[in-house]
Design a protein around this ligand. Sequence first.
Ligand code: ADP
Ligand code: ZN
Length: 529
Amino acid sequence: GAPHREFTGSDPRAVLKEVFGYDAFRGDQADIVEHVIDGGDAVVLMPTGGGKSVTYQVPALVRAGTGLVVSPLIALMHDQVDALRANGVRAAYLNSTQSPSDRAAVERAYLDGELDLLYVAPERLSGTATTKLLQRGKLSVIAIDEAHCVSQWGHDFRPDYLALGDLDERFPGVPRMALTATATRDTHRELTERLRLPSAKHFVASFDRPNIQYRIEAKVDPRRQLVAFIRAQPEGSAGIVYALSRKSVEQTADFLSAQGIDALPYHAGLPAEVRAANQGRFLRDDGVVMVATIAFGMGIDKPDVRFVAHIDLPKSVEGYYQETGRAGRDGEASVAWMAYGLGDVVQQRRLIDQSPGDRAFKTRLGQHLDAMLALCETVGCRRQNLLGYFGEASQPCGNCDTCLEAPDTWDGLIPAQKLLSTIVRLQRERNQAFGAGHLIDILRGASTDRIRQQGHDSLSTYGLGADLSEQDWRSVVRQLLARGILVARGEYGTLALGEPGAAVLRGAEPVPLRRDVLGRGGSPARLRK
Ligand code: ADP
Ligand code: ZN
């Protein structure tokens, strides 16, 4: 690496230039860096590619002591540390893959005050040994990367992160930062609480990735659709194709190769050498298409990924956002494409039912799935829906499939009114609230034990919605939820009217619904008219 220089007390801009080679901070970076150098705690929400790293690396260099970086990505630590060393930064990591003598050398360097940055996996901090070691030296700042992993309700919970809740007690006076590229309002609140950052300053950047075009279509013949999509991209485009299972990864990679596309598989079940070789080719060569499970991509630093394709429905909008966010980190035009089908939904509902966890947990997973489907089914702008999910208001983007070509819609006002009035009646007349399943049973005139016990077959809307299938009704519910016309509450996800609900009941608010959604006509193959 380059020779080490001392930066303690330096001007942050000079450090940015000399160490990282950048002329200026961008976005919130300068404010974050200044705040942390002054000893403040910070919560940083910034999309992938936004430039989170320098916001803790620069303070780590400018403040006296070693910057501690907590990161779940052991596989990446090595690369990050190498890159920093090449820039003359004294960086090291402590993790389980290290030999005892390497560990000892890193510990010695830390205690001797010869490290600028030290990367550790979160599980290192759940025992006392590493804490005791760190307490004997001097920390300048603690940065918790991928901080959304502490959220038990989020899409990527890691129990080891819970142990990071008392870092303020273990290292009093050391400024702490929590950073993530994916956080809904709930996750944001939860990570602030669990990581105990009550007086942190919050830096929330826009999550918009304007250079990514979003396209979502119904599955008809997924492999052929995928090939057609890839062929429509500029020659030599690198891309990632995400599939849910290892088997599907291998079959899809084989299929694409047979079609003359330079595709490689990547999943955790492949031998380490194969994974490394495939990853190497993807990073190095032009135009490689990596077919992978979501195990691939976290932190893969390839700026010119031109497309991300999903051939299976992601489990949550957060996951979708994070995965599609791997496209276009260089700011050039890129595409996020997905095909989804009824089979995905059936499979994921089964996984949720079988998952360990209490009722509230399963309800939450179901809500994640519904939000994902609502994004698929929106008649509005995809980007607007996506950003809205993260609490960010925006205008239609003009650069997603629904903006570019208005989807085929049907008038959903009457079904919406039937559903809303059922909810209102149950509430007013019986002080009862129910989840989607039971309400749909009422509307479809089902004869279940619950309906008989509750006497719901005497409601005036009983059987009024038999013209729609259960899947149709599910789609109506999701689209109403996505637009806030309905809201889901509590551990059972009971439905209530949202703010625009009254206007819909009066007929004052149109309810256009997408025609090409799951279940219309029952079979995905018949989705295309
Ligand atoms: P994140 O961790 O938020 O995904 P990174 O820290 O990896 O983002 O930065 C994304 C890219 O932006 C990197 O290629 C990095 O070199 C570049 N970058 C970050 N800050 C700046 C800056 N101030 N000026 C120019 N490039 C920057
Ligand atoms: Zn749009």
